[in-house]
Design a protein around this ligand. Structure first.
Ligand SMILES: C[S@@+](CC[C@H](N)C(=O)[O-])C[C@H]1O[C@@H](n2cnc3c(N)ncnc32)[C@H](O)[C@@H]1O
Length: 264
């Protein structure tokens, strides 16, 4: 079971999403565990101070190193070493391939920033991987941390109802975009579902979907087509026989819900 430790100043906000999303279901199924830790619980002064003015002057406040470093050290003493991620606009742009690689990690720690961000020594001293979720600036790292937690969790075997869903998504095997999807009604406001999808010929349908996916990728994300042949996703041409890759779960009994870590 993958353990995600999310370090934040706003655990209630993160918890609300976890409880009402696929992450809550994944916890109930015992596939992931999400531990929310309030960085303020690791302060030592009566005001529970987590930030201070920047050396050199300038606007805004900077997250102090002591509470965060002590919090990470406490978590690692409790659980063992984590793969540590800091959410930073200046980090590596997070991609599906990163999510795929992270599924192999047993413990993932996500550090959410606020204000102007972290004292740089937190990142240099604790072996953090810095990830950005896009070229824009949010007020905090909570949404990016949830985005990464969800992107990884939905790849954990057993989290999605049908594991083929994740294998056939955009950016997955082959790296291109997904084909268009249609459901009932057959005609909606004068626009009919493509006839081929009603044909019952699954080989033809798979070929059509593959061609549509390629067309969309060429039009919208030609950068993904550097290895165009890799878009010939064998799963996409035989979705009915497709098998998810084997996985080796390490079942451990637990019935955790999102718990707030308190220093004892
Ligand atoms: C207001 S931002 C700090 C921005 C920082 N001064 C900069 O310009 O890079 C506060 C926090 O939000 C989070 N954050 C904001 N935008 C983000 C993004 N695109 N990707 C990841 N984290 C982000 C980070 O944790 C960051 O420390």
């Amino acid at each position: 079971m993958t353990l995600f430790a999310i370090l934040t100043l706003f655990p209630e906000a993160v918890e609300a999403y976890v409880r009402s999303s696929i992450l809550g279901l994944a916890q109930e199924k015992g596939k992931v565990r999400i531990q929310l830790t309030d960085i303020r619980d690791f302060t030592r002064d009566k005001h529970r101070t987590v930030d201070d003015r920047p050396f050199g002057g300038g606007p805004g406040m900077v997250m102090k190193p002591e509470p965060i470093v002590e919090c990470v050290e406490w978590l690692e003493r409790e659980h063992g070493t984590f793969h540590k991620i800091a959410l930073c606009p200046a980090g590596t742009p997070f991609r599906q391939t990163h999510a795929e690689a992270l599924v192999a990690q047993e413990r993932i720690l996500l550090l959410c920033g606020r204000y102007e961000g972290f004292d740089a020594r937190i990142l240099s001293q604790l072996d953090f991987h810095e990830y950005s979720v896009g070229d824009f600036v949010l007020a905090g790292g909570e949404l990016p941390a949830l985005a990464i937690t969800e992107a990884v969790s939905r790849l954990v075997p057993g989290v999605l109802g049908d594991e083929r869903s994740a294998l056939l998504d955009s950016f997955q095997v082959g790296g291109g975009l997904d084909h268009p999807h249609f459901t009932r009604p057959r005609v909606f406001r004068g626009e009919a579902v493509p006839e081929i999808l009603l044909s019952g010929d699954h080989q033809k349908i798979d070929r059509w979907r593959q061609a549509e996916a390629l067309k969309k990728t060429r039009a919208r994300r030609p950068d993904l087509l550097q290895h165009e042949n890799s878009l010939e996703n064998p799963l996409k041409s035989q979705p009915h026989g497709a098998q998810p890759p084997p996985h080796t779960p390490t079942p451990k009994p637990h019935n955790d819900v999102s718990d707030r870590t308190r220093r004892t």
